[in-house]
Design a protein around this ligand. Sequence first.
Ligand SMILES: C[S@@+](CC[C@H](N)C(=O)[O-])C[C@H]1O[C@@H](n2cnc3c(N)ncnc32)[C@H](O)[C@@H]1O
Length: 327
Amino acid sequence: MASEVSVPSLFQMGYYWEAKIFLTSVKLDIYTPLAEHPKSAIQLAAEIGADSDALTRLLHALVTIGLLKREGDHYKNIPELAEFLVKTSRFYMGELMLLQDAEWDHWGKLEEIVRTGKPTVKDNIFINHPEVGATVSRVLHRMAQRVAPALAEKIDLSVYKTLLDVGGGGGAFSIAFAKRYPHLKTTLFDLPQTLKISRENIEKEGLSDRIDLAEGNFNAGQLPAPFDVVFASDILHYQTEAENMALVQRLYDATATGGVLILKDMFIGDDNKQPGWNAIFSIHMMVYSEKGRCFQGQQIREWMKKAGFDNIIEMEKNTILAGTKGI
Ligand SMILES: C[S@@+](CC[C@H](N)C(=O)[O-])C[C@H]1O[C@@H](n2cnc3c(N)ncnc32)[C@H](O)[C@@H]1O
């Protein structure tokens, strides 16, 4: 559904100040020291290394936005938000915000990109910036952990024995599938630098004997094969149409006869009148990657058909497509 834009929300959108105030508060890590107890601006400024007058003004703004509370001259966290904003919390999502903050300058080039149609970024973070890629992998893993168990419940894999998780990242989906289907033997395929994180997570879960790791580039060389289930989540939107068409063909080759390919990604709605939120995500890919974009579900069905898959179904709207490799 397209959003309804009211005049007040029009102003809020144009005045992006709140977004940058919030991102800066995460970058300054204001919330972690406040987890101990409420503090004054002077105490906090000394602790985080800031100018106390400028920080006081920022804290006032954070109170106005509703991200902090003020009691006298002390500031305190809001418990429901602290769960996500305090670094030591299990659900800390600050890294994700730091990545958004790191993109700030790229967003400033949106007009240039739209005018020229040319990317201003020239690489792939996973390949060219392993440290940023590692942070992204950790954040994505934490996010994927929230949805993976429900997905493993929803997709019935009880008749299959082997699964290949292509670009499996931190391993959230491999882990969830392994836990839900105890007879399933999984191989997680990814770049060597990402596999360090996958290995840590899989070992932590005690699943090293059920999930193998295979390193390589999914655009070059041969993928391990054959597997009853080939699963790939959130890898298509980093690549061009030509690369993805070739990749889907390689995924077909990795699928055992009678097996299934499951592609999970962020598809733009096939109905052009309602492209959905992924159309906005696609702009994020346009500003911060060289060739990333979201594709329409229909395009992906075509690649699957062309590769040889049959019975292509949409398992979850604009998110999951599955097809079988006929006998
Ligand atoms: C957005 S993450 C998705 C991770 C995981 N599948 C998920 O859904 O949470 C993309 C993954 O693809 C991997 N990747 C990117 N390019 C690759 C390539 N050419 N070959 C193999 N893996 C690649 C990255 O290392 C990363 O783990």
